[in-house]
Design a protein around this ligand. Structure first.
Ligand SMILES: [Fe+2]
Ligand SMILES: [Fe+2]
Length: 342
């Protein structure tokens, strides 16, 4: 099968599989159930399963394998894929997508004999009832239609997968969140108490956000990343809070080539008001990397630089949680949940 047809088929069956699962699960629960790990209307497991089954059916036809061999292959493919997906979801995302623990002959609730038999029947139904008309349809569709559909579906899936990965990375229990917030507050408070840092609330930075809002947000998200990666969180918080320590409205004034120069201005200002470690200096100096050409020397610097880029993009694309940035109505700094921490 050509690559375009492969991607198109994967997308198609991922969506059809999602519809099948929604119908099955929702009819049992009598409410809408969105199955799977991702938010969108697709199940990667079905997309991958359909491709493997189609290839397996082709291979088996070529070898003129008997019914017993075919049954065994379909069992291995479907149950193997089900087990693989369950283990990956548990290991990487700490999620249990289904649980067969209440079924007889199950393995860790991931797979069970009854559903393995169902899958074999469905694999045969797929081969004899679904694939033939699908092949006809595939041959009739214009490549541009297939390309647009497959490209859009795959892009959504990848973005969805990325967002799910990020959510999993930051997921915390209420106790962990409380401990993290307290740790952040303790490290951030002395820096935020410095008059020059507090003065950043007087300068607009991105859209409705002041520079103080921005540095607090960058510091908090960088801190959460650093905490997960066991990095030096103290340096991350201090460096991130001081990374944009300059006192002009960069949209209306300031030095020429602000983007290439303000990290040096911020670094000099920060040196004037506090003692900086080598790592903190590097965080401030490299926060505009790759504009600064020389790459970050420490992982902490890279984290702050990436989070700074993410926060800036988010501000301009208005991708905050509510889908909109809170408008300032009283001239004071808008505060998001995480900014109310301090
Ligand atoms: Fe900056
Ligand atoms: Fe920044």
């Amino acid at each position: 099968m050509a690559m375009l047809d492969l991607v198109f088929s994967f997308s198609c069956f991922a969506i059809l599989g999602w519809m099948l699962e929604v119908a099955y699960r929702s009819s049992f629960s009598r409410r809408f159930i969105n199955p799977g790990l991702l938010k969108g209307p697709y199940l990667i497991l079905y997309g991958a399963g359909a491709l493997i089954l189609m290839e397996a059916a082709d291979l088996l036809q070529a070898t003129t394998a008997g019914l017993a061999v075919k049954t065994l292959v379909y069992f291995a493919v479907t149950t193997g894929l089900e087990l693989f997906s369950a283990v990956i979801a548990k290991r990487l995302f700490n999620a249990r997508l289904w649980d067969y623990s209440d079924q007889r002959f199950h393995y860790k609730g991931h797979i069970c004999l009854k559903f393995s038999l169902y899958w074999i029947v469905m694999a045969f139904a797929f081969e004899y009832l679904v694939v033939p008309p699908y092949q006809v349809l595939l041959g009739q569709l214009h490549p541009v239609v297939k390309g647009v559909f497959a490209g859009a579906a795959l892009s959504f899936m990848l973005l969805d997968l990325l967002m799910t990965g990020i959510r999993t990375f930051f997921r915390m229990t209420p106790e962990e969140k409380g401990a993290a917030d307290a740790e952040f507050r303790d490290a951030a408070s002395p820096v935020l108490a410095l008059p020059d840092v507090a003065r950043l609330s007087e300068y607009p930075h991105h859209r409705e956000k002041t520079r103080l809002d921005h540095v607090k947000e960058v510091a908090y998200i960088s801190f959460l990343c650093g905490r997960r990666l066991s990095l030096d969180c103290g340096a991350i918080i201090r460096g991130a809070l001081l990374h944009d320590l300059f006192f002009y409205d960069w949209l209306r004034g300031g030095p020429r080539l602000h983007g290439f120069r303000h990290h040096t201005i911020a670094l000099n200002n920060a040196r004037r008001i506090t003692h900086l470690s080598k790592k903190e200096e590097d965080i401030i100096k490299k926060h505009m990397w790759p504009l600064t050409v020389v790459p970050p020397r420490y992982p902490e610097s890279l984290v702050v630089s990436l989070v700074d880029t993410y926060c800036s993009a988010k501000d301009y694309l208005r991708l905050d949680r509510q889908g909109k940035i809170k408008k300032r109505t009283d001239g004071s700094a808008g505060q998001s949940g995480r900014e109310k921490l301090i």
